[in-house]
Structures are given as C-alpha cells and as structure tokens.
Design a protein around this ligand. Structure first.
Ligand code: AMP
Length: 565
C-alpha cells in the first residue's frame, strides 16, 4: 500500500471534526485494506509504530528530527527552529520545507506504508555509538523520498503526536462499521471487550476482517499482553460504599503508590503501568520479588507499588517514588534509594486460565495461596470482610493511621471488567477532593524567576476538548534540592511542548497532567470551563495519568454542586 493513500486518509480525518464522519472514513479505508496489511495500517492510524504492549520505543529527540529536516530540505537548523517557534508544530514545518524542495525537483513519492514503518521501527533497534547519526539518516532517507504532506505525518508519527483525533472509541466503531455493517449495535461491545483484553486493535481488526465473531468473543488474556485495568468509582462514606457494593463486602487499604500490572510466564516477568506502558526495565527489584514469591508458572497480578524510606522504613507518598517510573539510567542506585513494596490486590490470569469472570472473593483466595508474602517486598493488600459499618469505619481509621489514603470497598461477587469504571470496587478517601488537570499554557516568570515558566494554565476535559479552569503558581518549589515539584523541573518538562508565544505567555501542547488541590470551585466567566478554582495549589505531577484521564467537566460540576449542598 502506498503511504500516500494513508496520508490522504489522515488529511481527511484532520479536516473532519464529526465523530460519525471519522468512523465512516476509517471504516471505508479498512474495508479496502488487504488483511495482511491491516495490522500495520491500524498501528499507524493510532499514531503508533509498535503495538502498545511492545517493549520498544522510538526514542527520538526533537533536535534530531530538526537535523534530519535540515538535511532533507537543505535549510539551516536555525531557520527550521524559527519556523517551528512560529507555527508550534514540527509536522507543519516539515510539510512546508519539504514541499518547497520537492516542487523544485518535480517529484513524486514512492513511499509505501511498509517502508515507512520499517524505517521507524529500525530507529528503536539502534543502540550504542553513532546511534544519533544513524537515526538521523533513517529519518532523512524517508523525508527525502516524501512529499510535503507525507513528511508532515512522518514527523508527527515520530514525535508521537499525530493530531488526527482518532480515539479508541472511533477506531472501535470504525472496525465494526467496516466488518459488521449490518449488526453494528450488537458488535460494538464484543469489539470493545476484545480490545480491553488485548489492548491491540491490529489483532482485533484482523479477526473482525475474517468475520469471526466467535474468535473475537473467545479472545483471552495472556501474559505479556497488558490488560486494561479496572477502574473504581468514588463513595463519600462507608454507608454509601455498602449501598454500592452490597453487604458483606471486602475492605482493603487504599495504598498511595502507583498501579503495576505484573505478568509472569515461566521465569520471565514483565511489568506495566496503569497506562499499560512497559516499565520492566525500571523495576528489576519488583521483577525479582515476583520471581521469588509468586508460585505460578503463569499469572497476571494487579497491584499497587508503594515507596518506603530506605532508612526509617516508613511508607512514603507517591510523589517521592514517581521518578522511578520514567527513569531509564542509574536504575540500581534508584532501587536502593527509593525501595518499594508491592501490594497485590487482584489476579486476572493463572496457569493459562482467565479469571476475569470469577468472583472477586475466589480471586482473592487464590492470591492467598500463590503469593508468599514477604514484607517490604511483596504482600497482599490488607483486607477485612465485613457487613458492619462500625467495623469498616474502624478499618478506615486504621488505614489513615498507617499513612494510607483511605480504603477500597469491593463487591465479593464482582468480576474483573478491564477498562471499565464499574461499581465492583469503590474508593473512599479522607482528604479533600482534588482535580487532575492538564497544563495547556504557561507564563514566563519575572525577576529571579525569569528563566522559568512560573504560572501554569490548567484545563479539565470535556470529551476531546480541554477547557480552562484556572492558573496555578503555588505549591511549586524554587530549588532543585527541595522536596517536591520545582519550577526548573516543570520548565524542563514543558519546554518541548511549547507552542506559540505571545509576550510572556506560551501555549503548551496538552500532555502533562498534574493533581491540584483547592479551597473551593467557583463559577467564573473568565475561563472556558465556566469555573475557576479558589487557591489552587499543585500537589504532584501525575506521571501515571494521560490527558484522557484528566478530570472531566462533569466531575467539576458535580463537585461544585456537592460543595453548595
Ligand atoms: P484513584 O487513583 O484515586 O482513582 O484510585 C484508584 C487507584 O488506587 C487504583 O488505580 C490503584 O492504583 C490504587 N489502589 C491502592 N490500593 C488499592 C487496592 N487495595 N485495590 C485497588 N486499587 C488500589
């Protein structure tokens, strides 16, 4: 397949804001895609080069991309950087500089989907000395063979920012529209379920293309293919939680760490975050704990990794260990400096059998059998089963005294529903409500803060849109040595995401989610959400959340109503 065909689809998708329009476009395209190319096309449509569960990452710096653009277009890096600053999208810059070049040489592209994907995949394989130059030459090769429009999407794919608005739901519905046009309604749930279990639309599309609804239904989970995590809803208090999960229920400590899905098969272990990113390399300690203390040939565990102080052994809040998630180098030092304990709370697969449809109480019983607890390495989440409000409240206090966030209440008969926010598990937290907001803008500081971004514009989510809800400059430290988030750290994090600048104000591409505390939510005409936060303060960077996990406007509205009551 010619890459130009896919690019034409990208362009149509970018020009169509309507969801149904996008579904129809993708559906028609999939239908004419040969089955053996589906996997590649579906990957590229999601802006991916590797399936989500793969270990490889493209790992390319914006500087290298600019260099390659320079070589392919004959322009200086400075000129490209300047244009980038003005437009804020390297993809558009690529289009303009490559277009000019190819117009002058009467050029037509012969790039295929296969060639583009092969070169992009090769980027991830490169290691060792001279890597940067080799990467640049792989990109240059593609750009030199590309038209302007092709260059635009090659660059955006490289930078993992495709911007064509194809979210999971759209792709799912397009697969249904392409292969089950007559039974759309019934099949949406089947395709969604297959995706939640495999996290792999390529595979799902292939089965759908073969028309095998029974194979889609029969898709099972397996080690090393991350499964979307089940999500939980909130309750205000214990009676409210009982009302939702029934009596008696299981109550567990709600640990303040980060979610880890641990996969084991034979002696191999792989670890995935809540966003299903592979973090095996970052956590050799956890790999060892699972190898040593989980008695199973094959298993998938759901757990919370919690940090503790290497010296005092006291548990630490999430923020103090969050840096381990992204850290690629000096891992051994990290393991010593920021040790963690794994708190296992669920099991999804055991010895080749899916447990998703087993009642929670059975899954927990199995965990007791196969996890050999070793404190400060791997333990089971502390749990009681009770129907008494008083006992549950006592347990809640115990959890807070132990420095945890609150408790989880779980339905004893509940199944494990990947990717869903179902009522089988309920969280009850003690602290005031917080919001997870996306940084969409910032302002350069003045005086001694002149080198840093010092005020950050925040947005909540409404579907695909980000609506502003205020600015935050509090809760952020100046010196790197101080504990917590610092201005230099945020500036470094946001610099590659900077777009158009107007005076001191900078637009920021929505990528970074932070948790924000506040005194009160107020109605406000100033911000596009219609709300503003009184005394907002940054609590932490939510490395574990993507922009689609950000708090929704609906949630803000609910908090506003609750607080009025
Ligand atoms: P939240 O991040 O506030 O939405 O709370 C849900 C998260 O709590 C889950 O995604 C887990 O990472 C974490 N958690 C901590 N302890 C438990 C537990 N015992 N059971 C389930 N989730 C837990």
């Amino acid at each position: 397949m010619k890459y130009a065909d896919l690019v034409q689809l990208y362009e149509s998708l970018e020009n169509t804001s309507k969801r149904l329009g996008k579904i129809a476009l993708i559906g028609a395209f999939l239908r004419k895609t040969p089955v053996e190319q589906l996997e590649q096309v579906v990957l590229l449509l999601q802006g991916l080069v590797f399936p989500k569960h793969a270990e490889q990452k493209i790992g390319i710096a914006e500087r290298s991309v600019i260099k390659a653009l320079g070589v392919a277009s004959g322009k200086s890096m400075e000129a490209i950087e300047q244009q980038w600053k003005k437009i804020g999208d390297l993809g558009e810059v690529a289009k303009s500089v490559i277009q000019k070049k190819s117009q002058s040489t009467l050029f037509s592209s012969h790039l295929t989907v296969h060639k583009v994907l092969t070169n992009l995949c090769e980027l991830a394989e490169l290691e060792g000395a001279g890597t940067v130059d080799k990467k640049i030459s792989l990109i240059t090769e593609l750009l030199s063979a590309a038209t302007g429009a092709e260059a635009k999407y090659i660059i955006r794919t490289l930078l993992e920012d495709l911007r064509i608005g194809v979210k999971e739901g759209v792709l799912r519905d397009a697969i249904v529209a392409a292969y089950f046009p007559d039974q759309q309604k019934e099949h949406v749930a089947v395709v969604q379920d297959a995706y939640d279990k495999t996290n792999d639309f390529g595979k799902v599309a292939q089965l759908a293309a073969e028309g095998k609804i029974s194979s889609l239904k029969g898709i099972s989970i397996q080690p090393f293919h991350p499964v979307k995590v089940m999500l939980f809803i909130k309750a205000n208090d214990i009676p409210d939680a009982f009302a939702q999960v029934g009596k008696p229920a299981a109550f567990e400590f709600k640990y303040d760490g980060f979610r880890l899905q641990c996969h084991k098969s034979g002696s191999k272990v792989r670890l995935f975050t809540r966003r299903l990113e592979d973090v095996t390399r970052q956590f050799p300690d956890v790999v060892q704990f699972v190898q040593d203390h989980v008695r199973a040939k094959s298993a998938i565990l759901d757990s919370e990794a919690v940090g503790y102080d290497a010296v005092t052994k006291q548990y630490l809040p999430f923020q103090s260990i969050s840096q381990r998630i992204k850290r690629k180098y000096g891992i051994e030092g990290m393991v010593k400096q920021y040790p963690i304990e794994v708190n296992v709370f669920d099991i999804l697969e055991y010895e080749g059998k899916s447990l998703l449809n087993e009642p929670f109480i059975e899954r927990r019983n199995l965990l007791k059998k196969i996890v050999h607890e070793k404190p400060k390495q791997i333990i089971l989440a502390k749990q009681i089963v009770t129907g008494s409000v008083q006992e549950a409240e006592q347990f809640f206090k115990e959890s807070l005294h132990a420095g945890e966030e609150g408790v989880m209440a779980k339905n004893l008969q509940g199944i494990y529903k990947p990717g869903s926010r179902v009522g089988y598990g309920i969280k009850i937290k003690a602290e005031a409500e917080t919001l997870d907001l996306v940084i969409v803008g910032a302002e350069w500081g003045t005086g001694k803060r002149a080198a840093w971004l010092s005020s950050f514009t925040l947005a909540c989510r409404s579907g695909e849109k980000f609506l502003e809800i205020g600015k935050v400059g509090t809760g952020i430290k100046e010196k790197e040595e101080e504990e917590g988030v610092t201005f230099p750290q945020l500036t470094r994090l946001l610099r590659p995401l900077m777009g158009e600048e107007k005076g001191k104000e900078v637009l920021i591409r929505p990528r970074i989610v932070i948790e924000v505390g506040f005194e009160e939510i107020q109605k406000s005409p100033t911000y596009s959400s219609g709300y503003a936060l009184r005394f907002p303060r940054l609590l932490r960077i939510r490395d574990d959340k993507g922009i689609h996990d950000a708090s929704e406007l609906k949630y803000v509205e609910r908090l506003y109503r609750q607080q009025k009551r």
